[in-house]
Design a protein around this ligand. Sequence first.
Ligand SMILES: NC(=O)c1ccc[n+]([C@@H]2O[C@H](COP(=O)([O-])OP(=O)(O)OC[C@H]3O[C@@H](n4cnc5c(N)ncnc54)[C@H](OP(=O)(O)O)[C@@H]3O)[C@@H](O)[C@H]2O)c1
Length: 237
Amino acid sequence: MLAVVTGGDRGIGKAIAKMLVMDGYKVVFTYKQNEEKAKETFKELKNYGDVEFYKLDVTDWLQISKFFDNIGEKYKAIKVLVNNAGVIGKESTISKITIDDWKNVIDVNLTGAFYCCKFAIPYLIKGKGCIINISSIAGKMGGTVGCHYAASKAGIIGLTFALASELAPYGIRVNAVAPGPVDTDLLSPEIKEKLKELCPLKRIAKPEEIAHAVKFLIENEYVTGEVIDVNGGRYMD
Ligand SMILES: NC(=O)c1ccc[n+]([C@@H]2O[C@H](COP(=O)([O-])OP(=O)(O)OC[C@H]3O[C@@H](n4cnc5c(N)ncnc54)[C@H](OP(=O)(O)O)[C@@H]3O)[C@@H](O)[C@H]2O)c1
């Protein structure tokens, strides 16, 4: 059973990759540039089972197409695809967000997930697999890191709904997780501190708590077209 996790060398992606390998999946995780981290994560995860890693830029459709054909040929079918790779922009207000920054955030967070879904489909059909997209509370509430990030994560929710409907006849389920702030490198210590105070539970999430929601979405075969919020009760405020 093959599971693919984009951006799996660190943060939430690493927690998901670790959970999957411990659950007995053959895990292929990708990274973009942090080779040292990818090697370190590989070393750690191989203690638990079968794991491989590849360098992949999710903004490059040709690379993605080759990547999925390569692993598809090798393993024939994909059971789980987790579109996790993501970035925040350099600035957070519309007056300061540059055109390039807007394009980069949309390209990585939204178009990258679309490319991965598109090129993984033949192998997901063979595996009767499922897709889990990592959205964000920002995709539902706007958030604090900028309109480019919020738009990309709202787009992920639309992508999830549309593909859940389109791919259900092929036996493929498509769901998303919308985390609140999580303790990874994505957010600065100052932003984490600020966001902690906004949460009724007065803490941000551990990456493993997001992986846990991904596990539920993989295992419950009657859930599709769903977005699970994991945000410490943020909507109650
Ligand atoms: N942390 C949060 O508070 C939070 C909250 C809600 C949603 N999320 C979402 O959760 C996902 C994971 O976030 P995280 O917090 O774990 O972030 P992170 O620790 O910054 O890790 C980001 C991952 O994405 C990879 N990546 C970045 N640009 C890429 C590209 N162009 N092509 C392929 N991979 C790329 C990175 O690879 P390298 O290591 O090689 O750079 C890394 O593996 C993201 O989609 C993020 O938007 C995070």
